[in-house]
Design a protein around this ligand. Structure first.
Ligand code: HEM
Length: 480
């Protein structure tokens, strides 16, 4: 495919102005050894050289363990769909980073445990259940609108990364634990998860070097301590729910009650530890990803005036009669396209890794058991042969009527049997929050703010993103 015909939207869009969002400094060549490790521990993507977007396959040797990167749609499909059984195990980095917290939870389990859990948890967060959570999403977004009005009135900036982290934690917490308990505990849980992520080991050097389990791993003490704190909080909430249910106060709508009632494919209910682990998986997997999407979307809109105008025109019409509801989501096509284009340029999980559980062949590459296999949405989403004007922000490519990108070239939610079960939840949540807040406000980065992508466990516009919030004229009264 030539760079010009790659997923080009229909002709009216070819006049869209050029805006190339930040990609971060890329080294001219790839560093190896200690320098590479130091760079990667600060930012997992910072060691990818300028030509990496064009890679097809790449193999590295890490002290005898092979790491294979596949950066072509057919090869990505082979790994995650056709040969999923050989590559269903998560990487040592994911296991080390998350196991102390979520034990055998869905996000890190494989084999039989994963199949049982997926059968029990997948349907609970599936798209068909999302309408039940929409009122809670809108309610939280409206609370945030009122909160931002205070910043707008005072002429003070908001830290969008922090704000969106709190808003999405609020939404997922209310969805999991029910409105009352969720609201009561969100701050405590979100702060505890943030502390955990700060100390989590995302390099897993000892496992990569296959050191025996008796070799001390001092870096694990911090995560274990933080994990115990989180377990105590969640256990107390579960106790409260058990007590409420025994008093006849079941809350069909909340995810934790659905976990109590869930059965795996053999008809067995989840035990108490499994319920705790899966509640934490949903909290962990279901808020920072959406928060990052929203933070990037506000930044991108602040830089692309024509896209901001199109979004404002849409939300002004769609929300004229009041906040959106389930039926109103269909009218938010441009807002949703902004969310999807944001996920293309800044996929919250920019690197998807697996360990081979058996020998396999992918394309022409022999992959030995124990090797790591990678697909990087970060690279494939910006591959110049797969996307028209790949580095540019063009929400229009995701409007209804345009050709949808293939699932193996656009994978913000992964693909295959382990595809994100919360995909619709996340897309609807991001679209609604963006619509409600953009209806009321216009955001602009605080002067002098430098925005660059940084990937630790997820891809963020740095640790903070201070932006000025200005009430839009027609909304100034309504937001008060
Ligand atoms: C924009 C928002 C989101 C993005 C970009 C996203 C992305 C992803 C990706 C890429 C994976 C696969 C990770 C891997 O295989 O290593 C995943 C897994 C998962 N996600 Fe999401 N996610 C989002 C929102 C959500 C939400 C809202 C929920 C729950 C309500 C959720 C629940 C899960 C779960 C449970 C898994 C594990 C699935 C399994 O291993 O079988 N996600 N997500």
């Amino acid at each position: 495919m030539s760079p010009t015909d790659a997923s080009a939207p229909s002709p009216p869009f070819s006049t869209i102005p050029v805006y190339v969002p930040p990609m971060g400094a890329r080294p001219p060549f790839q560093r190896t050894g200690l320098t590479a490790m130091m760079r990667s521990s600060r930012d997992l993507l910072s060691n990818l050289p300028v030509d990496a977007f064009l890679w097809h396959t790449k193999t590295w040797d890490f002290f005898g363990r092979k790491i294979h990167l596949f950066n072509a749609p057919d090869l990505v499909r082979e790994v995650f769909v056709a040969r999923n059984a050989a590559f269903e195990r998560k990487s040592p980095q994911q296991l080390t980073a998350f196991e102390p917290l979520i034990g055998d939870g869905l996000l890190v389990s494989d084999g039989e445990t994963w199949r049982h859990r997926r059968a029990a948890v997948g349907p609970i967060v599936h798209g068909r259940n999302v309408p039940a959570f929409v009122p809670g999403m809108v309610e939280a977004a409206l609370e945030w609108r009122a909160r931002w009005q205070l910043f707008a009135d005072a002429g003070r900036p908001v830290d969008v990364v922090h704000e969106m982290g709190c808003l999405t934690a609020e939404i997922i917490s209310r969805s999991i634990f029910g409105r009352t308990l969720g609201i009561e505990h969100t701050g405590e849980i979100a702060a505890a998860f943030a502390r955990y992520q700060e100390v989590a080991d995302q390099l897993a050097l000892a496992e990569m070097l296959r050191l025996p389990s008796w070799v001390p791993r001092p870096g694990r003490l911090g995560p274990a301590r933080e994990a115990r704190r989180i377990h105590r909080i969640i256990d107390a909430i579960i106790d409260d729910r058990i007590e409420a249910r025994s008093g006849g106060d079941g809350d069909e709508g909340c995810l934790i009650d659905r976990l109590f009632d869930a059965k795996d494919e053999t008809g067995r209910p989840l035990d108490r530890e499994a319920i705790r682990n899966e509640a934490m998986v949903i909290f962990l997997a279901g808020h920072e990803t959406t928060a990052n999407t929203l933070s990037w979307a506000f930044f991108l809109l602040s830089q692309a005036g024509w896209a901001r105008a199109a979004l404002h025109a849409e939300v002004d019409e769609a929300l004229a009669g009041g906040p959106p509801d389930n039926a109103g989501i269909a009218a938010l096509t441009y807002t949703r396209a902004v969310v999807e284009e944001t996920l293309r340029l800044y996929p919250p999980i920019p690197l998807i890794a697996r360990e081979a559980v058996e020998d396999a062949t992918v394309g022409d590459t022999h992959v030995a058991k124990g090797s790591l296999v990678l697909a990087l949405p970060w690279l494939i989403h910006r591959h110049p042969h797969l996307w028209w004007r790949a580095p540019d922000f063009i929400p229009e490519r995701f409007l209804p009527g345009e050709t949808r990108p293939r699932k193996d070239q656009y994978l913000p939610f992964a693909l295959g049997p382990r595809v994100c079960p919360g995909m619709t939840f996340g897309l609807v949540e991001a679209t609604l929050c963006l619509a409600v807040l953009s209806h009321a406000f216009e955001l602009e980065p605080l002067q002098g703010t430098r925005v660059e992508p940084v990937c630790r466990l997820t891809l963020k516009p740095g640790n903070s993103l201070p932006m000025m919030v200005r009430a839009r004229r027609q909304e100034a009264g309504a937001a008060a």
